[in-house]
Ligand binder design. Structure first.
Ligand code: AMP
Length: 285
């Protein structure tokens, strides 16, 4: 069932809660692909009722980013989500989420702001305010759906750590379930933004997973010095790749690492054909 209004979701949730059902939430921005599908599948397996939200959240886009162009494919999304067994697709408008005529700024809206330490690095460095927008919308979705469990992809590793942090710090009553990265056979991590790439661009985009896999192979051979591991990336890069960062941090608290270990999360962001792509790997896996 597709609904657009918060009140419709709330009344469905009240019914389900009365029956003592376990509710799962899968927050998405739509343009659903097999990565999203894996989250929905896991939710359907784990919970009695599953809500998939489809919302291109304006407050998590920075000026100059792709908010207007972001792919919107609601009809297909509903088919995919319901095909897997989702019970409700919640697709609100920005006005529904933030109030009509609301100026979407932190002057006018109460925000969930994660600690500076968690956002002043990796994607947060170039996407200032992005994680405030993510946490705020995710917090609202937790309250609207009263979800017992919420499913997030390891693909957005920094987002996952930050969401776990605010859920713990603010005592939200929801269990966060991480789900592994789904990739194309080539190794390319699925992303709604892959739609912006040409066929040639998709080949060039393999540089992210190649760099990460090579770092993992070097680590498995015994190299643990982070600078040495970082240097292995350069042989993969050409003028077609505009690397934003390659960082080694602790997978649970994003603390920088100088020596790699099994808990090290290696994250990469790189532009290909102007499209900003991210990927990551945990060395101990
Ligand atoms: P998005 O629609 O990009 O905001 O993503 C919604 C959720 O799907 C987030 O929890 C993402 O981490 C997750 N996700 C996106 N791509 C993948 C992928 N390739 N594998 C697993 N999860 C993913």
């Amino acid at each position: 069932m597709l609904v657009h209004k918060i009140d419709e979701v709330k009344s469905k949730i009240r019914e389900w809660k009365k029956e003592g059902l376990k509710i799962g939430l899968v927050p998405t921005m739509g343009a659903l692909h097999a990565g999203h599908a894996s989250l929905i599948k896991k939710a359907v397996e784990t919970c009695d009722k599953v809500v998939v939200s489809v919302f291109v959240n304006p407050i998590q886009f920075c000026p100059g980013e792709d908010y207007a162009e972001y792919p919107r494919t609601l009809d297909e999304d509903v088919k995919l989500a319901e095909g897997i067994g989702a019970d409700l697709v919640f697709a609100p408008s920005p006005d529904e989420m933030y109030g009509k005529g609301q100026r979407l700024s932190n002057d006018t809206l109460a925000y969930i702001v994660p600690p500076f330490f968690y956002v002043d690095k990796l994607c947060g460095k170039s996407r200032v305010g992005h994680f405030d927008g993510v946490c705020t919308v995710v917090g609202k979705l937790f309250n609207i759906t009263q979800a017992d469990c919420a499913f997030f992809g390891q693909k957005d590793a920094q987002q996952l750590v930050i969401i776990k942090k605010f859920v713990k710090d603010l005592n939200f009553n929801v269990e966060i379930i991480p789900c592994p990265i789904v990739r194309e056979e080539s190794g390319l991590a699925l992303s709604s933004r892959n739609k912006y790439l040409t066929e040639d661009g998709k080949k060039e985009a393999l540089v992210l997973s190649k760099i990460l896999n090579n770092i993992k192979a070097c680590y498995d051979k015994g190299i643990t010095d982070v600078n040495a591991l970082k240097e292995t990336a350069f042989s993969f890069l050409t003028e077609k790749h505009d690397m934003e960062y390659l960082e080694f941090v602790d997978k649970d608290d994003l603390e920088d690492k100088t020596t790699a270990d099994d808990n090290t999360l290696v994250l990469i962001a790189c532009r290909v054909e102007g499209v900003r792509l991210i990927d990551n790997i945990i060395l101990g896996k």
